[in-house]
Design a protein around this ligand. Structure first.
Ligand code: GDP
Length: 548
């Protein structure tokens, strides 16, 4: 009878397992996790807000905007959050649309541009690129796109501000293709611009959506006219329609036909034209994200590839944020779920320190409120309270030893030497910088030949953040002085003897170790770096490195 009992238990277990696998599959398939990339001022904040409004996640225009202006003190933010019942401070926004769960990750763009921005892109499955139609491709668009390219992240493009005087759309496409080296497939095509902006022609659907300015209502319907040869169009705007027909012919000849496989491979980007502030073209973007952007995909880990539908939970930390509330010193670690199902209260293995942690106070980031997570699936972002033992790139699982890869540290562009006025605080300075370095707030280099502490950052704002955190969290008054260092490269060499020779050569004076113990070459100029590379052809100089 014991045997029979066992059997029935077994089959029950099998059924339970089957149900949860199906559930995981279903939940993964309906998830989309993306980031918006753009140069400052192209309209990222406006578009984010409109996407949230279209999905019904927020009702109030100006909510996201208010957060950006940064004129308020932190306490004001909390007040605004309470009043509006929305988490204006979170940089992850989750909402539902058309039975999909969308996770929108904010990539800080402005002066607060930092390594964070880059690393957020390692946690997304696709990106939405916003281009200002008057300005075309700008500096930060290029940088961010290059990061997307490291993982062949699919990109959907939105050419914004068509209600303004813009550049010629054909010329814009040409620039996208030549500067960003990505094939463009226009899905919509603008009719006129600025004062004579009439709407867009949907090339795939052969219909014209008429533009009307105004942004009062999020669910605004724009009138649609079927067929480019529809006589109604010639009546409405005879001049522009002739121009449109000519351009569409040109576009057909010159651009790439839409190819979903190429989009998913990251080699082609579908391009939409519109005006975020007028809600125009926003719904199309949202639909494109659901229809064409990929659901969570496989992720590479040190030992194997992890499929999002696997039952055991796994994920990695891609960002650590200090709590905005000074009363709580805690930091939040943002974890991207890569597989399985997360349930509140479950035990997770913190693989780097090989310890089980029980996570009961995890938060999720609904656009409409900050809530306790009950469950999460691949593609979702959960916030773990971090008492100082989590680093960027750390992996978590239900026990399997996996280290997710592809979470990069970027060679810094800006350098400072950290000094303190009170030598008694040296220990605190070292400890503070060590922890802030682990957290990814700044990179810390220790030269082999001196006792300096050199800070490296991708954006100068990082230094300000570090200075104020050193003061508040570690009680250290530090001054950051300029240095003659202009760039850094991590160093590796297969040939150990060669590496030793390199260390002993005159170049050795420029070597330093980073917080994780990796050797780096700190160059005084571009010329110095190039000459050193030429002199030592077998030494590899890396512009990025992986989590240790
Ligand atoms: P971000 O810096 O990329 O987040 O850009 P914002 O969303 O803050 O927009 C920058 C400026 O462009 C703001 O003044 C917006 O009101 C304006 N803007 C955004 N979208 C449009 C648009 O479609 N048309 C026009 N004319 N202005 C826009």
């Amino acid at each position: 009878s014991i045997n029979i009992q066992d059997d029935s238990n077994e089959s029950e277990n099998v059924i339970v397992k089957k149900v949860s696998t199906d559930l995981i599959r279903k939940e993964v398939a309906r998830r989309r996790t993306f980031g918006i990339i753009s140069h400052p001022d192209a309209g990222k904040t406006t578009l984010t807000e409109k996407l949230l409004m279209f999905s019904g996640a927020i009702q109030l225009a100006g909510t996201v905007k208010a957060r950006k202006s940064g004129r308020h003190a932190t306490s004001d933010w909390m007040e605004i959050e309470k009043q509006r019942g929305i988490s204006v401070a979170s940089s992850v926004m989750q909402f539902e649309y058309r039975d999909h769960v969308v996770n929108l990750l904010d990539t800080p763009g402005h002066q607060d541009f930092s390594e964070d921005t880059y690393r957020v892109l390692t946690a997304v499955d696709s990106a939405l690129m916003v281009i200002d139609a008057a300005k075309g491709v700008e500096e930060q668009t290029i940088k961010l796109l290059n990061v997307c390219r490291m993982r062949n992240t699919p990109i959907i493009s939105f050419v914004n501000k068509m209600d303004r005087e813009t550049r010629d759309p054909l010329e814009l496409l040409d620039e996208l293709e030549s500067v960003l080296k990505i094939d463009c497939s226009p899905v919509t095509w603008p009719i006129g611009m600025g004062k004579t902006f009439r709407g867009v022609y949907h090339i795939l659907k052969d219909e014209i959506m008429l533009f009307t300015p105004g942004s009062e209502r999020a669910d605004q319907e724009f009138e649609v006219v079927k067929g480019i040869d529809n006589p109604r169009l010639a009546e409405l705007f005879p001049l522009e329609i002739e121009q449109l027909k000519m351009e569409v012919e040109l576009v057909h000849g010159a651009s790439h036909p839409f190819d979903l496989e190429a989009v998913l491979a990251g080699t082609q980007t579908p391009v939409f034209f519109g005006s975020a502030i007028n809600n125009f073209g926003v719904r199309e973007i949202l639909n494109a994200l659901l229809d064409w952007a990929p659901a969570p995909r496989e992720r590479n880990a040190s030992v194997r590839t992890v499929a999002p539908t696997e039952e055991p939970f796994s994920g990695f930390v891609f960002k650590i944020q200090a709590n905005m509330d000074p009363a709580h010193r805690d930091r939040i670690a943002f974890l991207r779920v890569c597989s399985g199902r997360f349930e509140r209260g479950m035990k997770l293995k913190h693989l780097r320190i090989n310890r089980d942690i029980k996570v009961s106070s995890v938060v999720t980031f609904m656009a409409s409120s900050r809530e306790q997570v009950e469950e999460a699936y691949a593609g979702d972002i959960i916030g773990l309270p971090n008492h100082g033992n989590m680093q960027i790139g750390d992996s978590f699982s239900e026990g399997e030893l996996l280290q997710f890869t592809g979470i990069p540290y970027f060679a810094p562009d800006f350098f400072r030497i950290a000094r303190i006025l009170n030598p008694l605080k040296t220990k605190q300075l070292q400890k503070g910088l060590q922890q802030l370095g682990e957290e990814g707030a700044v990179q810390v280099f220790k030269p082999i030949v001196s006792s300096d502490l050199i800070l490296g950052a991708v954006g100068v704002l990082q230094f300000e953040v570090v200075a104020s955190r050193l003061k508040n969290e570690y009680g250290v008054d530090a001054v950051f002085e300029g240095t003659s260092i202009s760039s850094a490269r991590w160093i590796t060499c297969e040939d150990k003897k060669m590496l030793a020779d390199f260390e002993r050569s005159s170049a050795g004076a420029n070597l330093a170790y980073d917080a994780a113990g990796n050797m780096a070459y700190l160059a005084s100029s571009g010329v110095n770096l190039r000459l050193t590379q030429e002199r030592w052809p077998d030494i590899v100089f890396h512009a990025t490195r992986e989590h240790a």
